[in-house]
Design a protein around this ligand. Structure first.
Ligand SMILES: [Zn+2]
Length: 407
């Protein structure tokens, strides 16, 4: 298996080098030839191609920045994603099967009637997931975005059993159905949902799975590479599709980070039409190598934190506002929290400023437990916890303030 993956990596790097002049230029600038990348390990030598860089390269060398590796006439679709980025799709090369694998893991199959609420024009999500669902034997309602009233009628009239889209839009549909007097559990056949393109907060999961009795799972993907990771029934991180190599790297250096340490998600696919080799998604997450109860092998993505640009690096570890939010949410007595990073004596210091909502709270206990929660979630030790008067931290204030100077 590992040897097979090594061979696939070497083959796609060679293919891209020979057929895609944009990729060849990146390799030449780094002083590399395909023989320098014989395996997954050596992939780390290839520079990361960020989404911003790809947008820039497409602008310089339209339409595809020199990354198209087949003649234009072989393309089946050309999509346009925000960026703007043109995305050429050729004949299926296993990505439909990859996305079907994700749906199958969540229990989608023949007999399901599924509303697909992703957009069907310009961006690839709608069509791409539609093909994957049909390949599994599902019946698809290409509902697209919006039209809440109409979509509620579709759910009821067609006996829809499955949903694919964002968690917030499904909640909007359920709320609308309830407004119209529909008992969602009794009168709708909705049984399962696959969410992507948006974080899936625990509060929504409790509502969908508890209150409404749905089986739900989230998947991770981007417009550029499709769905590449998904939750199994254990919901303890996202399994990574065999259709890609997924690395977690330091965005500044492109070097891999050890398991457990957050970094940028970097994807290599094996798409011969439009190979993306070490594509930097700009999304921040970590990997775990703990075995999953479901028995599927391989590392899993954990804690998809948000965008790299929103994170601040403290003593070499990324701290993202969403981690801080999650830590603070554990403490009802904490009304507001803000992290301040300073650098006295050339060493990063992390200070938490805390506003208490409950003046009677035990400050020592809150300080100790909050610092422990931040350390657990961000893997960075808190140096100081400072209680400030209510109203000190403004509504619109940043969650993490970087006050370091680098003289
Ligand atoms: Zn699993």
């Amino acid at each position: 298996m590992a040897a097979d993956l090594d061979a696939r990596v070497h083959a796609i790097v060679r293919h891209a080098y020979e057929r895609a002049p944009g990729f060849r230029r990146l390799m030449e600038e780094a002083g590399l030839t395909p023989d320098d990348v014989p395996d997954v390990e050596a992939l780390e030598r290839v520079p990361v191609l960020s989404k911003d860089k790809l947008v820039e390269l497409q602008r310089q060398d339209p339409p595809f920045g020199g990354f198209l590796a087949v003649p234009m006439g072989e393309l089946k679709h050309i999509f346009l994603s925000p960026g703007p980025l043109y995305e050429p799709h050729g004949p299926d090369e296993g990505w439909v099967e990859g996305a079907s694998e994700v749906f199958r893991a969540v229990g989608f199959g023949p007999g399901d009637v599924v509303v697909n609420t992703f957009s069907y024009h310009l961006v690839p999500a709608g069509l791409h997931l539609d093909m994957a669902l049909r390949a599994l034997g599902c019946t698809v309602v290409p509902a697209g975005v919006g039209n809440t009233d109409l979509q509620v009628a579709i759910l009821r009239d067609l006996g829809v059993t499955g949903y694919v889209g964002t968690p917030s839009f499904l909640m909007a549909l359920i709320k609308k159905a309830e407004e119209l007097g529909i008992n969602v559990r009794e009168e709708l056949a909705l049984a399962r949902a696959l969410f992507t393109a948006e974080p899936y907060p625990p509060s929504l999961r409790r509502a969908f799975e508890g209150t409404y009795g749905l089986r739900t799972a989230q998947a991770y993907g981007t417009a550029d590479v499709g769905l590449v990771a998904y939750e199994c029934e254990a919901a303890e991180g996202l399994h990574i599709s065999e259709a890609v190599v997924l690395e977690i790297v330091d965005p500044a250096t492109g070097r891999r980070r050890p398991a457990g340490e957050p970094g940028e998600i970097v994807i290599t696919n094996f798409n011969r039409t439009y190979p993306l080799i070490r594509f930097g998604t700009g999304d921040l997450a970590a990997l775990t190598e703990e075995p999953c109860p479901c028995g599927r092998p391989g590392a899993r993505l954990v804690g998809i934190l948000g965008r790299v640009g929103d994170a601040v690096k403290v003593r070499g570890m990324f701290v993202h506002p969403n981690q801080l939010r999650a830590a603070a949410a554990r403490f009802p007595a904490v009304a507001r929290v803000q992290a301040v990073v300073t650098r006295p004596e050339h060493r990063d210091e992390l200070t938490l400023r805390v506003e208490l909502g409950d003046p009677a709270a035990d400050k020592d206990a809150v300080a100790e437990e909050l610092a422990a929660a931040v350390r657990e979630l961000c893997r960075v030790r808190v140096d100081h916890v400072l209680f400030v008067e209510p109203g000190t931290i403004a509504d619109e204030a940043r969650l993490i303030v970087d006050e370091r100077t680098w003289e």
